[in-house]
Design a binder for this molecule. Structure first.
Ligand code: AMP
Ligand code: MG
Length: 304
């Protein structure tokens, strides 16, 4: 069966399993994606993340091991990126999502107030003393909120890769709303080609083509979701230091690596912090490629 598409994570997700694409396998793939979305989507009131959010400042919530480990990893990534990537930024991101729907920049006072409720330390993760397989999460600040929008698609991509390798799938293309994974070798003689979108509206749709044997390509950009007020663009990636859409001089950051979760975190964090941030070094990763495109359309390719 050829490529299958479903709307998950609030975006279009498609998976192509080529000759291994049976009905049953596609069903399992989308079941896995939907189960992740059901756990982590802030817009689903029954998700584990929503339960933690609605219990903020009141009580701890029992969570699954999967949720515990993604939240622990997110906190670690916040620390390593000086909170440029921050999973406890819901107070600000919810404000900016409303702003985007109403196409109106939020009140300065509201932004200043929300900024005070984005501390990753307010997310407390614990284990039951009696049973180390029972996990809890608590937001100890009643006005803090989780938002895993900058990491969950990367996590889901890696989970699908695990599933595909268990099922001995030879090759696949996973595209979760632009979060790409090309899996397995394309052919004996050819590598996969992934195009990086040109964020500047100057004719050419592709700014650069990346060749890879297998791996993930994730881009964060100011053209993905935005609104304009008085001719100024307000995009969806927020700098916790200012409370505003980040202004690091970049239009997009693409990260290429074997783990999509790392690509997702780093593309967001580097988009906020700018091209000189040393997060790749701090994470001590090899074979990471980062492609920055600045506001003038200049491409800066950093590989390690
Ligand atoms: P991405 O497209 O992966 O860069 O993620 C952007 C989404 O993550 C936004 O729509 C927000 O929901 C959330 N977000 C925005 N800014 C940040 C940030 N600095 N750290 C973590 N999540 C963020
Ligand atoms: Mg991201």
């Amino acid at each position: 069966m050829a490529l299958q598409t479903e709307y998950v994570f609030g975006t279009v997700c498609s998976v192509d399993l080529f000759e291994d694409g049976t009905d049953e396998l596609y069903k399992d793939v989308f079941l896995r994606l939907n189960s992740i979305d059901d756990k982590f989507n802030i817009n689903k009131p029954y998700s584990e993340i929503s339960k933690i959010n609605s219990s903020a400042g009141q009580k701890k919530v029992q969570i699954s091991e999967e949720c515990f480990s993604l939240l622990s990893f997110s906190k670690k990534m916040a620390e390593l990126t000086d909170n440029s990537f921050n999973p406890v930024m819901g107070a600000l991101t919810f404000l900016w999502k409303d702003a985007s729907e109403n196409k109106k920049v939020p009140d300065v006072k509201k932004i200043e107030e929300a900024k005070n409720h984005c501390n990753p330390d307010s997310l407390v993760l614990t284990n039951s003393k009696a049973d180390d397989k029972i996990f809890y999460a608590e937001l100890i600040d009643k006005d803090a909120k989780l938002d895993l929008g900058a990491i969950v698609k990367g996590y889901a991509c890696d989970e699908l890769v695990k599933l595909l390798s268990e099922r001995k799938v030879k090759k696949a293309i996973i595209n979760l709303g632009g979060n790409i994974y090309v899996y397995g070798k394309k052919s004996q003689s050819e590598n996969w080609k992934v195009g990086i979108k040109n964020p500047i509206d100057n004719g050419s749709p592709v700014a650069k083509t990346v060749l890879l044997e297998s791996g993930s390509v994730v881009t964060s950009g100011d053209y993905e979701r935005f609104f304009e007020e008085d001719g100024k663009r307000f995009h969806h990636i927020i700098d916790g230091k200012t409370g505003m859409p980040s202004e690091s001089g970049l239009s997009s950051v693409s990260v290429i690596y074997s783990k999509s979760i790392i690509c997702d975190v780093l593309s967001t964090a580097l988009f906020v912090a700018g091209k000189d941030a040393d997060y790749v070094k701090r994470l001590n990763l090899d074979n990471v490629q980062v492609i920055f495109i600045d506001k003038s359309g200049q491409i800066i390719d950093k590989s390690k």
